[in-house]
Design a binder for this molecule. Structure first.
Ligand code: ZN
Length: 491
């Protein structure tokens, strides 16, 4: 049922039509013809149900965890999710589900997977010189999703299981390889087989630029940032030689594309678009967090203490403090964050860094007081809630930790860090079966199904299991075993 299209078309050969839409769609059908998608032979016009797409997206995200480092810092996550959602609701398909996250990799990359999972590498974030540039990349990726470009992505014969497919797709987008992809897929990628390329076509890129720019403008970001950033990306390639950034492999930037984008941007009235303070603080945090040479990074921030705008000087001070905290120079960090908190009493980043300093230096009573105060001021701030939970565990207050964790919004629940904390909480509550059970969920969400199975088996060995817990454990074990079988298929 998967028809081949000629290889000369330089398209992904077999489409699995991964994303289907929430919008069913005459104009979609037309789109498919235009980009030479093979006929999927589905009379309903949809290629995957929304449930299947959701499952595929989740498998894709789990698979990513086993291939790359996904950011776990709640403040950074909060920033990217807020920025992404602001763009998503102003996109051409505002109801589409999206999940935004940061990948801690220096390589310049951003990608969109099935189910609306959009990742941005820390390297790309640091390369942006304005928030609108970062927004333009995300808006472009959103465009690929809403225009359903991805879903000509690939697998050899429509025989691959969803986990294998998800892992393969992840590997293609990341330019990495994973054992979970399956031998055939690895060989095909190594051979540079056309079947396994996802280079978007020129038409796809133009379309994603066009709808992306509309999204950008609707969201009050600078449309001119798009050509500016793509130009910088293209110019940067001369330093990379053979190792061009993955982003440019999957999204070829050409001179004509840049000039088209620039032409379109010029139709918008010129005005100033100041960066949000959160953007600047998040960039500083990412720079400190991902740095492999703290002394160099400290110098970078120190040299900026007396440069630029008032905001930039404050951000440099914050950066110096973060590097000191990372290097466990707690006294230095304490002084800097005290000063910043006094000068900016309404800036959660600074008060949170101050609380973190007490926590990391094991001054737990000070840390607890600082987090309590933060919770009073920002009761809905989920990043602070997660930090608070960590602190409550340190001071052995698992009941309160559990209550706080449970109050997170559904979006922030069921992530690896959520499961991990829940496992810690149950361990502190002396409930080993529950602890193993949630550790199993943590491993499963992190793409390690075999570890998940092991944890369930450990949970089943716990003494005094009641009927309710036993049946949940049995159910989860069966589920993980089925998943594992799926993952093994075609490997
Ligand atoms: Zn693109």
């Amino acid at each position: 049922m998967f028809a081949r299209i000629p290889k000369t078309a330089k398209q992904v050969t077999l489409a699995l039509a991964l994303i289907v839409g929430l919008l069913p769609l005459p104009q979609h059908a037309e789109e498919i013809t235009k980009i030479e998608l093979p006929d999927m032979g589905d009379s309903s016009g949809t290629l995957m149900t929304p449930e299947e797409e959701k499952a595929f997206g989740e498998a894709f995200f789990r698979s990513l965890h086993s291939q790359i480092v996904i950011n776990q810092d709640a403040e950074i996550q909060q920033y990217i999710q807020t920025l992404g959602q602001k763009l998503a609701i102003n996109s051409d398909v505002p109801g589409h589900p999206f999940h935004f996250f940061v990948v801690l990799e220096n390589d310049i990359n951003a990608f969109a997977g099935p189910g609306g999972y959009i990742g941005v590498n820390s390297g790309l974030m640091l390369m942006t010189e304005a928030e609108s540039e970062l927004a333009s990349v995300i808006a472009h990726e959103i465009g690929h999703v809403t225009q359903r470009h991805l879903f000509r992505a690939a697998e050899a014969a429509g025989r691959l299981s969803i986990p294998t497919m998800a892992a393969t797709l992840a590997a293609i987008l990341l330019g990495t390889q994973s054992p979970a992809m399956g031998q055939a897929a690895i060989m095909a990628i190594q051979a540079g087989s056309v079947q396994f390329q996802i280079n978007f076509t020129r038409e796809n890129e133009e379309e994603a630029d066009r709808v992306g720019m509309q999204t950008l403008a609707n969201s009050q970001f600078d449309p001119r940032s798009m050509p500016t950033f793509f130009e910088r990306l293209q110019q940067s390639t001369r330093y990379y030689g053979q190792n061009i950034p993955e982003f440019l492999r999957t999204h070829p930037v050409t001179a004509s594309r840049i000039s088209d984008t620039r032409g379109r941007a010029e139709t918008y009235p010129y005005k100033q678009y100041p960066d949000s303070f959160s953007y600047q603080l998040t960039k500083a945090k990412i720079r400190a967090l991902t740095s492999t040479n703290d002394a160099e990074t400290a110098k970078y921030f120190q040299s900026r203490l007396n440069q630029g705008t008032d905001d930039q000087r404050v951000v440099a001070r914050y950066g110096v403090g973060l590097v000191a905290l990372k290097a466990q120079q707690f006294n230095d960090a304490e002084v800097l964050f005290q000063q910043l908190t006094k000068a900016f009493p309404n800036q959660a980043h600074f008060a949170s860094a101050l609380a973190r300093t007490a926590l990391d230096s094991r001054d737990y009573s000070t840390a607890l007081n600082r987090y309590k105060k933060l919770m009073d001021i920002y009761p809905e701030n989920e990043a602070i809630k997660l930090e608070f939970v960590g602190c409550l565990l340190k001071v052995n207050k698992p009941e309160q930790a559990k209550e706080t964790l449970m109050s997170l919004s559904p979006n922030s629940q069921k992530t690896p860090i959520y499961w991990e904390m829940l496992a810690h909480i149950y361990s502190a509550l002396n409930q080993p079966a529950e602890s193993h059970r949630y550790l199993a969920e943590y491993y499963y969400a992190s793409g390690q199904t075999q570890e998940a199975i092991l944890q369930i088996k450990l949970a089943q060995k716990s003494k005094g299991l009641n009927f309710f817990v036993s049946s949940i454990l049995n159910e989860r074990l069966n589920f993980f075993l089925t998943q594992e079988q799926e993952e093994r298929r075609n490997r």
